[in-house]
Design a protein around this ligand. Structure first.
Ligand code: URP
Ligand code: ZN
Ligand code: ZN
Length: 471
């Protein structure tokens, strides 16, 4: 099938262009102010599917660079698996997501990753994987060679969650980071210092930490302390860092300090830190708003928003990790509430409504945050995140004229709720196309389970000399 997109404004990393896009099979083959019959070569005009963008923004398909679909088992499994999670994301204009493969003791990294890829076999969307590293061992270097050959080139470590057995012992950081340097592997960090958290826990004594205390238990200082500690080791190893889900001003200050010292730091935040505060945690249904790092105070929220506006943040990704409300509300101790919230489908509308529409950022910056920056940082560019001949025919048409409010009954996460219920909304993804296949159009879902494909990652742009992150 071939597709001709007309009457749209093409959003590139550095400019907007009135133009048309021809997709033949899975790839963009031509971009021009106007594409006529003569331009089609062997293609038949009558066989073209013509999509009128209605004057809307034509983006490369959005990338959600941080998701947890199909996580956990039994009563602790996420509500969304790869099928429902990617279907919800497609409704929001996302065409590629990056999920995680866990390191498990009885398998090599490659064996674990292949199982995860198999688990994702009913994905609607294309995807890549970050590899979690929770235990260092001498064979890890050769296991990472296998992983790179299979197309996984980002690692993720935790400085917290010792109780779940995923915190990487800091004694092993130097060894792992020097392997990252040799092999040009990007290191992603969930930064919250467990010692700081443990100290608060002890000071709370026997008090039951209900959801309202979650942001007290896991303070912004824990985020900053972890960033500075990992940053010091990264500097020594001469590797860049990518800091996931930054939530606080203290965390941002730590980033600025590291950048001033000369460290290359890629930065990510999530929509919930831009639009919600820990006030939500004090309500009866506070558990529904619980994720780690937690929602923070108004000053932190505006601090993160300002950092986004001023260009300190490279990527917005959702950390979509959805649980059913009954499960979240069944625990009163915030340490036992499964952490995470849904968000993939809401992401593009939130950033447009909350940042582009009020003039805080322009549409090009929205492209950078969702398309070219994550694609470059995660080694997917220019196959993904780009409107160029030779790139995948991945498109999100975004229509600014669609207005309304967020309503969980109209959203598609299997969790059945949204933390943005009732939020006014300006703009929505109206058409989503992945590799030349229309997934959503005219409010009809046309995607198919299994159409999504694993996309191997190359070297991160954060390893480039003189790089400016994904920017
Ligand atoms: O609460 C969250 N963010 N759950 C997902 C796991 C993680 O830490 O990113
Ligand atoms: Zn995390
Ligand atoms: Zn996460």
């Amino acid at each position: 099938m071939s597709i001709l997109i007309k009457n749209g404004l093409l959003v590139h990393p550095d400019r907007i262009e009135a133009g048309e896009i021809l997709i033949d099979g899975e790839f963009i083959v031509k971009i021009a102010p106007e594409i006529s019959r003569q331009d089609l070569g062997a293609l038949e005009w009558g066989e073209l599917e013509i999509i009128d963008a209605g004057g809307g923004w034509v983006f490369p398909g959005f990338i959600d660079a941080h998701t947890h679909y199909g996580l956990g088992e039994g009563s602790d499994a996420t509500a969304d698996d790869f099928f429902t999670g990617s279907r919800a994301a497609a409704w929001g204009g996302i065409t590629t997501f990056i999920d995680f493969s866990d390191q498990v003791p009885e398998r090599t990294l490659l064996q674990g990753a292949l199982l995860r890829i198999n688990q994702a076999s009913d994905s609607i969307l294309d995807y890549s994987l970050h590899q979690g590293i929770y235990r260092y061992h001498p064979r890890i270097s050769s296991e990472l060679d296998e992983l790179i050959s299979a197309g996984i080139r980002t690692l993720k470590i935790f400085t917290t969650y010792d109780e779940f057995g995923v915190k990487l012992d800091s004694c092993t950081w130097d060894a792992l980071f020097s392997i990252c340097r040799q092999k040009k592997i990007l290191l992603c960090v969930h930064g919250e210092d467990d010692d700081v958290i443990r100290g608060v826990e002890i000071s709370l004594g026997a008090d039951l930490p209900d959801p309202s205390l979650h942001s007290v238990l896991r303070p912004a200082e824990a985020e900053a302390a972890a960033f500075l500690k990992v940053g010091k080791a990264a500097f020594k190893a001469d590797i860049p860092l990518y800091l996931v889900h930054i939530s606080s001003r203290a965390g941002l200050e730590a980033v600025e300090k590291l950048r001033k010292q000369g460290l290359t730091v890629g930065t990510e935040t999530a929509p919930h830190y831009l639009f919600l505060t820990n006030e939500k945690l004090g309500n009866k249904d506070g558990a529904l708003y619980l994720m780690t790092p937690p929602l923070r105070c108004e000053e932190d929220r505006t601090g993160i928003l300002n950092a986004l506006v001023q260009g300190q943040i490279d990527v917005v990704a959702t950390d979509h990790c959805s649980y059913r409300p009954e499960r979240k509300l069944s625990e009163s101790d915030c340490r036992n509430i499964p952490a995470g919230v849904p968000g993939s489908e809401e992401m593009s509308g939130l950033i447009y409504s909350g940042c582009v529409s009020p003039g805080k950022i322009d549409i090009i910056r929205m492209e950078n945050l969702f398309c070219s920056s994550p694609a470059k940082i995660f080694g997917l560019y220019p196959l993904k995140g780009s409107l160029l001949p030779g790139s995948h025919g991945d498109i999100a048409i975004f229509s600014a004229g669609i207005k309304g409010s967020y309503d969980s009954r109209k959203l598609h996460s299997a969790s059945g709720y949204t933390i943005y219920e009732g939020f006014p909304r300006t703009g929505a993804a109206s058409v989503t196309i992945l590799r030349g296949k229309v997934l959503v159009r005219n409010e009809v879902f046309l995607g198919e389970p299994g159409y999504g494909r694993f996309i191997p990652s190359g070297v991160s742009s954060l390893y480039d000399d003189n790089n400016t992150g994904g920017r």
